[in-house]
Design a binder for this molecule. Sequence first.
Ligand code: NAD
Length: 250
Amino acid sequence: ALLLDGKVAMISGAASARGIGLATARLFASHGATVAILDLDEGAAIEAATAIGPQHRGYACNVADKDACLQATERAIADFGRIDVLINNAGITQPVKTLEIDPASWDRILDVNLRGVLYLSQAVIPHMQAQGSGSIACMSSVSAQRGGGILGGPHYSAAKAGVLGLAKAMAREFGPSNIRVNCVTPGLIQTDISSGKLSDQQKTEIAASIPLNRLGNAEEVAGAYLFLASNLSAYITGAVIDVNGGMLIH
Ligand code: NAD
């Protein structure tokens, strides 16, 4: 059966060709959803959406800009009439150590990864409240749980840990409105976010330390998002789903 038949899903950071967001958009569409792809560049977002099918739409949205979040949401509502699923996926990282984090880098990493989750959720939630239902899934990271150590710096760990707290608080607040809020915490997934930042030898060494003995791929995170978006997870809210091959077992 189609898990998202007739649903409208908005996904941030979903135009990147090898990224988790676009893999999620494709998987959701294959399960009957209509997708709204948000990304920094409007042309790239539109191109990504139309490659999936003519009913899908792309919108420019810098998630760290509250007005941009409100505008993209209004445009999606104008086009589709509702938003059933929000995937707060957009994110950036930076491989630096604590003493190297300058104020601008702190702001940039916190703004996209954490502030962006707040702003886009603030834009979409009123529509979900009016509908009486919604599912939101937010991108955290194993870096939040184990204190980084793979790709992102301490500011990235802090931002992704902040996402866990924000999502859990929203789960509590909006449960009575039948809006569920959950998180995914991926380990090392092969996308462009790590390209050029890890050598092949480093990847081989990391893979050897993971119980499943390999890095993950974007489709495998998309699968967890699909579960959280769909009614398969109807009684799950405030949860954190690890997608890490066993890299961290609690
Ligand atoms: P990616 O770089 O392919 O995708 C990130 C996307 O977000 C890009 O399309 C980019 O244009 C977009 N983006 C960046 N800043 C934005 C902004 N301000 N507003 C809107 N969109 C913006 O990388 P990915 O690996 O697919 O990353 C997706 C998410 O997964 C990120 O939040 C990342 O932190 C998280 N994550 C990735 C891994 C991994 O190993 N790849 C692990 C854990 C978590």
